[in-house]
Each structure stands twice: as C-alpha cells, then as structure tokens.
Design a protein around this ligand. Structure first.
Ligand code: ADP
Length: 490
C-alpha cells in the first residue's frame, strides 16, 4: 500500500469524534484491483447507530437556527477542502472502488461543486403568500425535516455524498450516513474535512457497516427521513419499512437505460457516446445505457464501429493515468456479470466481443472484465431486461420510431434514455414519449447540482439535484393569520 492510499481514518464518526465500534468489530475493505485488504474499518453495531442518531438529534436544532450564511460558509469551506485534498481523496476512492484515478479526480471536483451549489440554497427556497379570504394572511414555511438517514452504494461514493449531504445539511437537517460496506473510506475522510470546515459536532455522523445489520438498524432508528441510493430490491424493502413507520423516503434505484441510435445521427459521435454509457466505471452505474436500440439500416455499420472502440479500450491498473477501464467491484459482482453473460449465450444471443475476464499484468489478483456486446438479442431475454452492473451491452434493432419507443419503454426501469439523432422534431417527440426521468439528446450521463432528476417506474421515488431536492429535505408548514375581527364560531 502506498502512503497515498492509506486511509487517515477507519473509525466511526459520531458526535464530532472518531470512535471505535461497540465491541471493536471491524470489516475488511478490499482493493478490487489487487485483491488485497486496504483497511479494516469499524463496523457500527445497532447501539452505535442509535448513538449516531442521538448525536444528530441533539445537534440538529442549533444547526437549523444558525443564520443561512453561517451554514453556507461551512459548506463552501468543505467544497474548498475537498478541492485542496482532491489528490488524496481520488487515490483513496480509486483504491477502494477500483475505478480509474482520472475518473475519480474528475468526480471529486464534481462533488465539491455540489457542496458549493447547495451551500446557501435555503436562501432560494421561496415561501408563498396564498390568497384565501378577506382579512386573512396565509403563507407557507419550509422547515427542516430533522434527522436524515442517508444510505449509499459502492459505485459512486464521493459523488453520492455530494448529491445527498449538502442539500440535506444546507436546509438545517442533521445527517447519519451509512456508506457502502465495500467503499467506506472517503466517507470518513470527508467527515474529517467537514469537521475541519467547522461543522458543529453531531450534525454529520458516519456509521460504516453491513446493510442487513448497520443499514437495517438505521432504517429502524429514530430518524425522520431516509434518502437511499442502491438496488431496487433493497429500495423496496426500505420503502416498505418506511411506509409502515410513515417516515419520508426518497429512492434512487436501478436502471436498464436505452441508447437509441437513428440512421440520421452522427454515427461516430453516437458510437463514442454509446460506448461511454455502457463502459464507464465498468458499467457499474444505474444510468448506464446497457440497451442499444439501433435503426436496422445502420445496424451493421454502427455495431462494427462500437466493437472496434470497445476492443481498443485500455483495461488496467486504476492508478495509471491512461487506464480507461478499471476493476469490477468484488468477486460477488464478477460472478453476477459472468452469470448474466452465460444466460445471454444460453438464451441464444451472440457475443460479438468480450464475454470473458481480462488479465492485467502485475495485477493477477484483480477483477477485470472485457466490454461485451451481444447481438441477436430479443427484448424478453434476461440480459435485455435485468440490471447487470457490468460492461455488457444488448443490441436491439428497430425499423421505425414507434418500434423504437416501444422497445425503449419495455423494461421495469425508467431512469435514463439517450437519443442520437439530428432531427430536431424527432428528438423532442422522443424526449416526451420515453418513460425515463432523465433524457439525453446527443449526449449521455450528464448531471449538474442545479439540474433536478428523478427515477421513474422501478428506478426510484422523489427527486435529487436542484432546488427541488433541497425542498424535498424540508417539511411544508402553512400559517393562517386572522387580520380582522371575525373568528370561526359555532
Ligand atoms: P448494491 O447492489 O449497489 O450493493 P445495495 O442495495 O445492496 O446495492 O446496497 C446499497 C446500500 O444499501 C449499501 O450501503 C448497503 O449496505 C445498504 N443495504 C443493503 N441492505 C440493506 C438493508 N436491508 N437495510 C438497509 N440498508 C441496506
């Protein structure tokens, strides 16, 4: 292990201090590019979770009462500290998650932008004066929810802390974060930076641990809202428990997004975009475009360009600056990818490239997989319907617009869709017709802190990003004021 990837902190962060887990239990976090143990991280018990929630509960009122500008200063200072520590954070994230260092560096910069954007968002959450009756003033207030539990997955650790924490904190909530068990290191490093930025003790608490123990305990704890990103299966479990308790919940879940390529598009640009969206972070992102819907008249040409690009990708050491494809997250994830690829072959699809592990010299213990492109796929096949979370693409040809829309919408998910065309009218017609919360025309997978998005169908509930997300971390209150003499009487 180089000193750069040695984590400064591996303990829980509760009430502004790093502490060992109750009973001293730890979990190993593995570097997926080498197979080696990167660190042993404290595993929060249900009692630790309760202590973190209690710390958040007692810190929240004073945090909410601070002037907006004081909260903003701390969040903006956090953004600066993320930037000034970007090299260290990127190295830690790359080692913990197996993703290329250049991607990590860009994502750390993106995380800082989310903190910057949300810093003073409270000042922009307008209340309304609502016209009602003569001599009555009726207005709305937006007040913090209280204690927000955030539960995040391993695929985009820092970006997801950026998506969830500043919006929740800026409007006066306290947060308990449970990062994924596979990638807890940058969450602890970020907590340390927020402490340095002046965040009062208890406003953010971090409790690494397993989903079924630590995560489940957090869902059952004295919290007011859950903001979850992860699998649809776990999201359903959490939402049903939140439903029973009537705790507010937002979910960002899985996806099976289409890239829809029309013959009239710029095929080289479309091929670059279609490659990016199914291969970035080894396909381990919920908005990955893993179904390629291509107009039959250009299918052969287009798929040829895509295969050529996929075979030219540099798979290798995530720490090397020119690596484009790093390691997949875990043995479990590798087995899942292999199982899906085998099912595609069994059900009659034809892999044009990939469909096997890749060897990287010097990293024999690492988990690398070749980008895989299947032709001869029917929309009913498992590989065309289920989220694989690996660099595996299904090609589905279409002959007209109506068939393209039908295929695009023929899945349980509705997260994102990419449309590649130079026909303006067609682009807007498709944007309206596609069942997805995020539609991209001649691009893919962009996000900005000020642009809201939301998963449709089995891809989620609620909104992330933008002033809309900040608003969703508040409770609405309506105030009626009688300015006259008449009161309701029996
Ligand atoms: P992925 O398939 O990306 O690992 P998961 O949905 O399994 O996604 O995990 C996302 C997050 O949810 C992780 O932090 C994980 O520990 C947590 N988690 C998993 N199961 C539960 C559960 N039953 N209750 C609460 N959190 C859970």
């Amino acid at each position: 292990m180089t000193t750069e990837t040695a984590p400064a902190e591996t303990r829980l962060f509760i009430g502004g201090a790093f502490v060992d887990a109750d009973g001293g239990t730890t979990l190993d976090t593995i570097n997926p590019a080498t197979g080696e143990v990167l660190a042993q991280v404290a595993h929060a018990s249900p009692d630790d979770v309760a202590a973190a929630v209690a710390a958040a509960r007692s810190a929240q009122p004073a945090w909410a009462e601070l002037p907006i500008s004081d909260r903003a200063r701390i969040l903006r200072r956090t953004a600066e500290l993320i930037e000034s520590n970007a090299g260290r954070l990127a190295a830690l994230e790359s080692a913990d998650a197996g993703k290329p260092i250049t991607d990590c560096r860009a994502q750390i910069g993106g995380t800082a932008e989310w903190f910057d954007f949300f810093a003073d968002v409270s000042a922009h959450l307008r209340s309304h004066v609502v016209p009602t009756f003569p001599n009555h003033l009726n207005y709305t207030l937006r007040q913090p929810i209280g204690v927000v539990a955030t539960i995040t997955p391993w695929n985009y650790p820092m970006p997801l802390y950026g998506i969830k924490l500043p919006a929740a904190l800026a409007v006066g909530n306290a947060v308990v974060l449970k990062p994924a068990e596979q990638t807890p290191l940058t969450a602890l490093a970020l907590a340390d930076l927020m402490r340095e930025a002046g965040l009062p003790d208890g406003v953010l608490n971090v409790v690494p641990g397993l989903g079924e123990t630590t995560g489940a305990a957090l869902v059952e704890a004295d919290i007011d809202m859950i903001s979850f990103t992860g699998s649809t299966e776990v999201g359903r479990k959490i939402a049903s428990r939140a439903g029973e308790r009537l705790v507010k919940v937002t979910l960002e879940l899985g996806g099976k997004s289409p890239s829809i390529v029309f013959a009239d598009s710029d095929l080289d640009r479309a091929a670059d975009g279609a490659l990016f969206t199914f291969c970035v972070h080894q396909g381990q992102l919920c908005s990955a475009g893993t179904r390629l819907l291509v107009e039959e008249s250009v299918r052969e040409d287009f798929v040829g360009r895509l295969v050529e690009r996929a075979e030219a990708l540099r798979i290798g050491d995530p720490m090397a600056a020119d690596t484009q494809l790093g390691a997949v997250m875990s043995d479990e994830q590798m087995v899942r990818i292999e199982r899906y690829v085998a099912s595609g072959i069994e059900q009659g699809a034809n892999p044009l490239t990939g469909a096997s592990r890749a060897e990287v010299a010097g990293l024999e213990g690492g988990l690398f997989y070749r980008p895989t492109i299947f032709e001869g796929v029917d929309t009913r096949m498992t590989i065309a319907q289920e989220e694989i979370f690996g660099p595996v693409l299904s090609v589905l040809p279409f002959t007209d617009d109506a068939q393209a829309v039908e295929l695009a919408n023929d899945v349980l998910y509705g997260l994102a869709a990419g449309i590649w065309t130079n026909d303006l009218r067609r682009a807007h017609r498709f944007a309206a017709a596609v069942d997805a919360g995020l539609v991209y025309v001649n691009t893919m997978n962009l996000l900005a802190p000020w642009s809201p998005y939301s998963g449709w169908k089995q891809s989620g509930l609620g909104v992330e990003g933008g002033i809309e997300q900040a608003s969703s971390f508040t409770k609405l209150k309506t105030v009626w004021v009688n300015l006259g003499e008449d009161v309701p009487r029996l």
